[in-house]
Design a binder for this molecule. Structure first.
Ligand code: DSN
Length: 412
């Protein structure tokens, strides 16, 4: 950061403060991670200097020969990682990946069937405040009120009644395995397309630790920065015959110049994800989540659906009489970053909530294992049970900093 410090000390100072926050604290936001040095270098490289509208071999600008090579590598590696026939690595985000599928395969005013936002879905799956809720009709399923898991029988009944054009599965806050075969079968039964948004679990799907949606459902979208541990961005996969319309929907349909430095970093991420160590990393994410979940429950906290199959868990704070906002704030003071989250049967607004979402990808990237998860679970419970006690929260903060100092964010 030596150039930045000279040119723009204000921004250099902000970045240094953020580096210290990430270094000294515990990142438990389920959708965040810590990218490698190699991904950071690719993102911060001269690949940002170029316009490359179009696709490899068919660009609207000269001088794209090396950008073609980078984008081809990104596409080929992503296809290899998931066993996909077609991949598009240009979407700037997961929402834009979803948008491209809707724009390519739905007319305005047609219907999406998807998971409710407050039961685990995502804004871009049909929320009234997103373009999806404005451009399309939306019908939504939730989880079974008792098991707090998906009930495929009810989803099938809804599909028959609602006759959607696209059925969306995949979630931002669902701790259980998703049966993609069942979703595609429901979609086939009503003549709909099936879109799996695997943004959260992409690393688990790529390594076979969660069933892979690619080759099973019609369209798979993902972000590249969650369990995949790459740069912030999106991607789309499907069978080859469905790809032409997707390419057109992404560019020129909804985006201009692709972010080539990010696409180059996506290529690096996919290369890293193809290494055997990436499977070991994702196995550890799941082991860590299981131990963290058990520790929280042993300490008297209730988890939605009684546990987790993946990288995240949802705490229900109703019995403690706390809101997610209060718990998020108190844990933040202790150096533990989480996010407030709605839970099934939520009674509070998304700014307040009755729950917390907790995930293990980022702490696992720092090398933490089961022993550290037991400590962290105990500390989370201690803060939640002593939310008014500043001394206790301070004591946990000291322990958090001591633990963090043993797990360097970026070892040399
Ligand atoms: N905002 C992301 C998350 O935190 O799950 C989803 O896009």
């Amino acid at each position: 950061m030596s150039y930045l410090a000279k040119t723009d000390p204000a921004i250099a100072d902000i970045i240094e403060k953020e580096r210290l926050r990430q270094t000294n604290g515990l990142e438990l936001i389920a959708s965040e991670n810590v990218v490698s040095h190699a991904v950071l270098e690719a993102m911060g490289s001269i690949m940002t200097n170029k316009y490359a509208e179009g696709y490899p071999g068919k660009r609207y600008y000269g001088g794209c020969e090396f950008h073609d090579m980078a984008e081809n590598l990104a596409r080929d590696r992503l296809k290899q990682l998931f066993g996909a026939e077609y991949a598009n690595v240009q979407p700037h985000s997961g929402t834009q990946a979803n948008m491209a599928v809707y724009f390519a395969y739905m007319k305005l005013g047609e219907k999406i069937l998807s998971m409710k936002l407050n039961q685990g879905g995502h804004l871009s799956h049909g929320s009234p405040v997103s373009f999806t809720g404005k451009f399309y009709q939306v019908a939504q399923y939730g989880v079974d009120p008792k098991t707090e898991m998906l009930d495929y029988g009810i989803i099938e009944e809804m599909a028959k009644k609602e006759k959607p054009q696209i059925i969306v599965c995949g979630a931002s806050a669902y701790p259980r395995t998703i049966d993609f075969k069942e979703f595609q079968s429901i979609a086939d039964g009503v003549g709909a397309y099936c879109l799996a948004d695997i943004a959260h679990i992409a690393g688990l799907c790529a390594t076979g630790l969660h069933p892979n949606s690619v080759g099973v459902v019609n369209f798979t979208t993902t972000t590249t920065h969650k369990t995949l541990r790459g740069p912030r961005g999106g991607a789309i996969m499907c069978n080859a015959d469905l790809g032409t319309l997707i390419d057109k929907a992404v560019f020129p349909g909804m985006q201009g110049g692709p972010l080539m430095h990010t696409i180059t970093a996506k290529a690096v991420c996919f290369h890293e994800a193809l290494q055997p160590s990436f499977k070991e990393y994702n196995k550890q994410i799941i082991k860590n989540a299981k131990v963290l979940a058990e520790t929280l429950m042993e300490n008297g906290l209730r988890l939605v659906s009684g546990g987790t199959d993946n990288h995240l868990m949802l705490l229900d704070l109703t019995e403690q009489g706390l809101t997610g906002l209060e718990a998020e704030t108190a844990l933040g003071k202790a150096g533990i970053t989480v996010n407030k989250n709605t839970i099934p049967n939520e009674t509070k607004s998304p700014f307040v909530t009755s729950g917390l979402r907790v995930g293990t990808p980022a702490v696992t990237s720092r090398g933490m294992k089961e022993a550290e998860m037991r400590l962290i679970g105990t500390w989370i419970a201690t803060v939640i049970k002593n939310i008014q006690n500043e001394a206790t929260i301070k004591d946990v903060h000291t322990k958090v900093e001591a633990l963090s100092s043993k797990f360097t964010l970026y070892p040399e």
